[in-house]
Write a protein that binds this ligand. Structure first.
Ligand code: KG4
Ligand code: ZN
Length: 346
C-alpha cells in the first residue's frame, strides 16, 4: 500500500509543508520564512507570526502537493506540530491539519517540535546506533535528550533562561547586525580570532544537566560596553568569534558531562543553531575524539521544516496499528513538567 504523510510545521516563524512516502523519501519540502517580516523588530513578533501563517498555510500546502505531484485524496495521514512554540502560530497549523484530516477521514498525528528536530538526523541516516544523546539547539530551545531506542525520548537537561540561538540573536540585535543574528554571527565570526576576548564557560552548580546562557549574554554586553564594540569597530569580528566559541564550549562541556552519565553510542546535533559551521566542526571533532558515532543533519533540515515533522509522523504511524483523527488534539506552548536531572533517577 502506498502511504504518503503530509507534515505541517507552524511553531514559530516558518510556514512549512512536506510529503514523505512510506520509505521516508521526501517528495517535497516547502519552507516559507517570515524573516523579512520580523527583521525590523530584531525578533519574532508572535501576533505577526500567527497572522502570516494564516495567510500562507494554504498556499504552502498547495505548493508542496504540486511539487510532490499529489492530490489531497492521495495523502494517507497528517502530521502536525503540536508544541512547544508560539501558541497562536501552532494553532494555525494544527487547525488546518485537523480540518484536512477530518474531511478526508485520515489519521492526524500530533508532533512534538523538539522530537521532530531530533528526527531530522534520521531523515538522512535511518540507522543510528542506540543509545543516543541528542542536543537540540535552536532559537527557542537548548535541550538534551537521552534515547534508549526509537521514539523513546527522555529530557535530561534544558536551558533555564535564554536558548543558545536566542543569545546569538540578542547580541546581534544589540550590535544592530541584522536578524536573525545566528547566521550573521556565523559568517562574520569566520574572520575573527576566537581567543581575543575571554568568556567564562557557565556550568550548573547543582549537578544538573541544565544550561544557562543569560550570564554569558550579560558578560558579552559588559565587554561590548567596556571595549565600545559596535558594528564598525575593528575588533567586531574577534568579539563575535570569541562569543560564538563561548557558546560552543558551553554546549560541548554540558554534553561531555551527559556522556559520562548516560554512556551513549551516538550523538545527534540538531536545531537551527546546528547550521553553525564552527559548531558543526567542533561537534564532529568532539565525537571523533570519544570514538562515538555522530550525526548532524544537512543545514536545510536543521532550521524549522515540515520534512522532520512528516518523518516523525510516519515513524509513529508505523509503530501503532490504529490511528484516529482526534479533534480534541490541542497545541501546547511549552514542555510538560520537567524535573531537573539531579532530582530524578536515571
Ligand atoms: O530551529 P529553528 O529554525 O527555530 C526554533 O525552533 O527556534 O532555529 C532558529 C535559530 C535562530 O536563533 C537562528 O539565529 C539560529 O537558529 N541559526 C543559527 C544559524 N542559522 C540559524 N545560529 C548560528 N549559526 C547559524 N548558521
Ligand atoms: Zn525549531
Amino acid at each position: 500500500m502506498v502511504v504518503n504523510v503530509l507534515g505541517i510545521e507552524t511553531s514559530c516563524d516558518e510556514t512549512s509543508a512536506s510529503v514523505l512516502t512510506s520509505d521516508f523519501e521526501i517528495l517535497s519540502n516547502v519552507v516559507l520564512s517570515q524573516d523579512k517580516i520580523h527583521a525590523p523588530y530584531g525578533g519574532v513578533v508572535p501576533e505577526l507570526a500567527s497572522r502570516q501563517h494564516l495567510t500562507s498555510v494554504s498556499y504552502v500546502v498547495q505548493e508542496c502537493l504540486m511539487r510532490a505531484q499529489l492530490k489531497l485524496e492521495e495523502i494517507s495521514a497528517y502530521a502536525v506540530t503540536q508544541g512547544p512554540g508560539l501558541i497562536g502560530s501552532l494553532l494555525v497549523g494544527l487547525s488546518f491539519a485537523k480540518g484536512l484530516a477530518y474531511y478526508f477521514e485520515k489519521p492526524l498525528i500530533g508532533i512534538d517540535h523538539l522530537e521532530a528536530h531530533i528526527e531530522s538526523a534520521f531523515l538522512e541516516t535511518r540507522e543510528i546506533p542506540f543509545p543516543v544523546l541528542a542536543l537540540v539547539v535552536s532559537g527557542g530551545h537548548t535541550s538534551t535528550f537521552f534515547m534508549r531506542k526509537k521514539l523513546d525520548y527522555k529530557l535530561i537537561g534544558r536551558t533555564r533562561d535564554d536558548a543558545a540561538g536566542e543569545a546569538l540573536d540578542k547580541i546581534a540585535k544589540f550590535l544592530d547586525l541584522g536578524y536573525p543574528g545566528g547566521p550573521i554571527i556565523d559568517k562574520q565570526a569566520e574572520k575573527g580570532n576566537p581567543r581575543k576576548f575571554s568568556f567564562a564557560v557557565p556550568h550548573m552548580t547543582d549537578g544538573s544537566l541544565d544550561f544557562s546562557f543569560s550570564g554569558l549574554k550579560t558578560a558579552a554586553l559588559k565587554q561590548i560596553k567596556e571595549h565600545k564594540i559596535s558594528r564598525r569597530h575593528p575588533l567586531l569580528f574577534d568579539f563575535l568569534a570569541s562569543f560564538e566559541m563561548a557558546v560552543i564550549k558551553t554546549l560541548l562541556a554540558n554534553l561531555a558531562q551527559a556522556i559520562k552519565l548516560f554512556k551513549p553510542k551516538s550523538l545527534i546535533l540538531c536545531g537551527g543553531v546546528a547550521r553553525n559551521k564552527k559548531l558543526r566542526k567542533h561537534f564532529a571533532e568532539f565525537g571523533q575524539k570519544r570514538s562515538l558515532s555522530f550525526f548532524i543533519p544537512s543545514p536545510v533540515f536543521c532550521t524549522d521544516n515540515a520534512a522532520m515533522v512528516a518523518a516523525l509522523g510516519l515513524e509513529k504511524l508505523k509503530s501503532k496499528k490504529k490511528f484516529s483523527f482526534p479533534l480534541g488534539l490541542n497545541a501546547y506552548p511549552r514542555f510538560a513538567s520537567f524535573q531537573p536531572f539531579s532530582a530524578q533517577k536515571k
